[in-house]
Ligand binder design. Structure first.
Ligand code: BG6
Length: 468
């Protein structure tokens, strides 16, 4: 293998989210969100009983963190505003919360780091969840008011906006697989929630366009959506039923969102199959016109692992839900055992080629990629650093090599954000798996310390060269 070079205008940055970093869960008028609610009800559900409260202390350390990003050669980072911090329970702007984000954005500017702002990262305010969450149109409307307030308040400061991070995850984790609060196993509800989020996305894009036309949002601002697209694969010599499993996995997880953000509609083959199984979306007159507003300026692609599926042995599960696919365990899979996710760097290239072929006009970037490893026993070098080079560097280098190849073959991939450049809180895994190039020492007041891999990241971000 030879050295590989990424284009000069390819950007490098960090991906993070408000609820996983800020902490200060009751400061600046912040309301309870679903993570705070679940932490309060059952702290034992969180690794080492570390709930949502502290984040990684970025709320107190953002200036330091932006300086670290800059020193690592990163020009941008994406985080999220927390709905539960920016708005009060009457749906009005919470001035204290807004001022917090103004200060955070100013600190980033001072450090030379651009902040991409995402509006929602699995963090529904608890009082709105109690009113039905995404299953209730009034909550969809409340989200749009929140989005309007954010565009209005920060419209002159922020250039890159996103409506949602991984909108497929809440339908699946909360309502279908029962892993996250409120632990439902209801396929039909999951699809209603998915539909509600789709409407919310489209309405927010519509509001963004309107406020941009009025001059409230700066003229060079762009809006997009971020999703964890999983390139779908099945076994060799597939049966028609295996291919059908691929179609629905791809349809619900990937094409649903890709069609929404490029065509302003949802894939009819998927809707038809759902209807054949008695799953009907709560469509109202006028919804087509709402969805049509959902076309974005660009897209974020979070990539951790592929989806390997095959025809299911049972087509109905124990809760009476339709089943369209089951996991196919690929014998050659290389696993990240800490997380249980397959490592398959070529997937990033395969998705890039799908984009180039099926959605050729859309710019996109890799908005998350990373490896989370249990590092309790990791070796510390003599200078006190965690030595993570052996697993973190090849992981990132391999993915970047496939990105470079895709760009050479025409992919419109504009940049790469590594997830959790600084270790952060990971939902109910809390601080179990560490993603960072920078350690957060929980035994030392969240102190930041570069890991051994950090020098490699800085070198790649500055030179754009991935050495052999
Ligand atoms: C993405 C999310 O799915 O993956 C992040 O956008 C998340 O919020 C990241 O933290 C890594 O997953 P996990 O579950 O290991 O934290």
């Amino acid at each position: 293998m030879a050295n590989v070079r990424l284009p000069d205008d390819f950007f490098f940055g960090a991906a993070l989210s408000g609820p996983q970093t800020e902490g200060m869960w009751k400061a600046y008028g912040k309301l309870e969100n679903l993570w705070d609610l679940w932490s309060g009800e059952n702290l034992g559900a969180f690794y080492n009983r570390v709930g949502s409260y502290g984040g990684n202390d970025m709320g107190a350390r953002y200036a330091e963190d932006f300086r670290i990003f800059h020193e690592l050669g990163l020009s941008s980072c994406r985080t999220s505003i927390q709905w539960s911090r920016l708005m009060d329970a009457d749906g009005h702007l919470n001035r204290e919360g807004a001022d917090f984000y103004h200060k955070l954005l100013a600190a980033a500017r001072e450090a030379g780091v651009e902040v991409f702002v995402n509006l929602y990262h699995f963090d529904m305010p608890a009082y709105l969840f109690r009113r039905g969450g995404w299953d209730n149109r009034e909550v969809v409307e409340a989200y749009v008011s929140y989005a309007r307030a954010a565009f209005t308040e920060f419209g002159q400061e922020v250039e890159h906006w996103f409506t949602f991070n991984e909108p497929i995850v809440e339908p699946e984790q909360r309502y279908e697989h029962g892993n996250w609060y409120p632990f439902h196993h209801d396929f039909a509800q999951a699809r209603r929630v998915q539909y509600g989020i789709s409407l919310a996305h489209a309405l927010a894009v519509g509001a963004f366009r309107e406020l941009q036309a009025a001059g409230t949002v700066r003229p060079d601002a762009k809006i997009g959506l971020i999703n964890c697209f999983t390139p779908p694969y099945t076994r060799e010599n597939p049966t028609p039923a295996d291919l059908e499993a691929v179609r629905m996995t791809d349809g619900l997880g990937n094409r649903w969102w890709l069609d929404l953000v490029t065509k302003g509609s949802l894939p009819t083959d998927v809707l038809d199959t759902l209807a054949e199984h008695g799953v009907h979306l709560p469509v109202r007159a006028g919804d087509d016109a709402i969805l049509a507003q959902g076309v974005v300026d660009w897209l974020g692609f979070n990539y951790y692992h592929p989806a390997r599926v095959q025809a299911p042995k049972q087509t109905v599960d124990e809760w009476g839900n339709p089943v369209f696919s089951e996991e196919y365990v690929w014998p050659d899979a290389v696993m990240n055992k800490s997380r249980g996710w397959e490592i398959y760097p070529q997937g990033i290239y395969d998705f890039a080629m799908t984009m180039t072929h099926d959605y050729p006009d859309l710019d996109w970037f890799v908005s998350e990629n990373g490896i989370g490893i249990e590092e309790h026993h990791a070796a510390r070098t003599a200078d006190g650093r965690i030595d993570d080079v052996a697993y973190r560097v090849p992981f990132v280098a391999d993915h970047l090599r496939w990105i470079a190849r895709a760009i050479d073959e025409g992919a419109r991939c504009k940049g790469y954000h590594y997830w959790g450049v600084i270790d952060c809180w990971s939902w109910n895994n809390a601080f179990k798996n560490r993603y960072g190039f920078v350690e957060v020492d929980l035994q030392d007041n969240y102190c930041r310390r570069l890991k051994a891999s950090a020098e490699w990241l800085r070198n790649v971000a500055v030179t754009h060269v991935i050495e052999d």
